[in-house]
Design a binder for this molecule. Sequence first.
Ligand SMILES: NC(=O)c1ccc[n+]([C@@H]2O[C@H](COP(=O)([O-])OP(=O)(O)OC[C@H]3O[C@@H](n4cnc5c(N)ncnc54)[C@H](OP(=O)(O)O)[C@@H]3O)[C@@H](O)[C@H]2O)c1
Length: 267
Amino acid sequence: MALDRKHALSTGSSRGIGRGIALALAESGVKVAIHYFQNERAAKETLDQVRKRGSDGFLVQADVTRPDQITEMFQKVKAEFGNLDIFVSNARPEASTFFQPPLDITLEQWDTAFDSQAKAFLVGVREALPLMSAGGRIFAITYAQGSRTGGLQPWIGMGSAKAALESLVRYFAVAVAKRGITVNAISPGWTEDSVLNTLPDQVQQLIRDWHNRGWTPMGRLGTPADVGDVATLLCSEKARWITGQVIYADGGASLMNPEVPPEIQIR
Ligand SMILES: NC(=O)c1ccc[n+]([C@@H]2O[C@H](COP(=O)([O-])OP(=O)(O)OC[C@H]3O[C@@H](n4cnc5c(N)ncnc54)[C@H](OP(=O)(O)O)[C@@H]3O)[C@@H](O)[C@H]2O)c1
């Protein structure tokens, strides 16, 4: 298989997009460390599915807002795998821990957003690099719409943290370029089987209808498998010259003009 004998760690791979990335990598022969925070059962399910795809891995628990736990996570990766080829920083705390508008967000909620994104990436990449050699791939999973807009007011903490994350991607890309390691951000659009499922049914339906009606030109929401396949594609040796970029994996949603109703844009 294309990525046979490679080792990956994807944070937040117990469920959602992180699981989609783990499974797509496993399909290409990558052995994957399945990271979770509290949901060990879901992580075991991901590992079972990795094994059904003919690959293997192990479970690792950590709170990514705690640098000491990130360090311990990489110690386990070193003990189990010896080296690492792919690091995906994907985990994101539950919305209830940071979702507050600008005038209400507490400093604790702000710190949760930044610690889980920018700081977790800073610490994680510095732990990953000693285990990586030329051909290594590092990804940050971002939400670029949230980092460059201001409409979804309670997203201020996470949107700002994702903006910082995207900036870190560019700085690290330059820092490790000579080692033949690439660093990119992947920005999914709204994705099924993810945080979306935790929203009230009516909100989920509004989001689906909006995208199916045309906001996503491909006419549907993304899936964790869509995003996993993009990450796997970028792990190919043929993607060696792409670094420091924010890659939109959103069926074209980011191409739409927010000032014009989708019905007028798509005919
Ligand atoms: N869903 C979307 O539509 C969408 C769109 C654009 C970007 N994204 C980005 O994609 C990534 C994944 O989103 P998702 O919706 O797939 O996530 P999700 O389904 O809500 O899953 C969150 C994951 O993060 C883990 N996690 C939560 N708090 C943590 C903590 N303090 N420390 C370590 N891990 C923690 C969870 O572990 P447990 O299972 O153990 O709790 C779980 O694996 C995020 O970075 C998000 O911003 C998502």
